[in-house]
Design a protein around this ligand. Sequence first.
Ligand code: ZN
Ligand code: ZN
Length: 285
Amino acid sequence: MADKTADRQDANGGFFVRFWGVRGSIPCPGPDFVRYGGNTSCLEVRCSGRLFILDGGTGLRPLGLYLEKSGAVDADLFFSHTHMDHINGLPFFKSAFKAKNRFRFWAGHLRPKFKLRDVICHMMTEPIFPVPIDILAADIAFRDFAAGETFRPRPDITIRTAPLNHPNGATGYRIEYGGRSICYVTDTEHTPGKPDQTVLALIADADIVIYDSTYTDEELPRYTGWGHSTWQEGVRLCRAAGARKLVLFHHDPMRDDRALAALEQEAANAFPGTVAAREGLALTP
Ligand SMILES: [Zn+2]
Ligand SMILES: [Zn+2]
């Protein structure tokens, strides 16, 4: 399933994002969900050898199987937030069970009330899950920050962050490398007619914007307060911010292949180049 071209690009000093899980809320396997995939949020971003993982939804399980085919893994895993669909791949992430691997897990929405380690611990506690977090043999550092902070994991890589409008909070990311940028903006709700200035600033002039497109503008009024946005708002934001490519993401599990393909076409007509994220898709900014 993994796109081999992406691996060659990485070896050549490339920069790309590859999707391992694209759904929101809950996985939705089945014959009507083959083209786009049924796993929840998980992305792999590579900056010439450096590995970043965005979210730990069920897509993290196949990513782990893939990573374990090569040598030791050293990666930063940035959580948009800790709702179940963004963390529930973690107890099945093979790479976290191997002592040879090193991870830094990051969350920007929990302080001061919670800590990332405690939250993950809570999920991996009986009788919800039979084995505790100590079973994860990899060297894992848990790091809480405040959304809005900027990181420089390597002198040539910048990661900007911003708070999103979501129940219990969430963090948007912008990864910059070699004069290019990939933005990851999920889960977030907009107020109709009022572009989110924080999101606009985060995605200004971006090459790729991966955006919460759970609903359509027509559906949104039924889901006020649920913390999600629409593909039409993604188009409006990208236009206003001068962003180049929109990627629809966090697909509603009710949206089967046929419905999603129609929606993708409609979005591409509105903003040329737009695609709907699907498992295995790799994009270079
Ligand atoms: Zn979600
Ligand atoms: Zn959420």
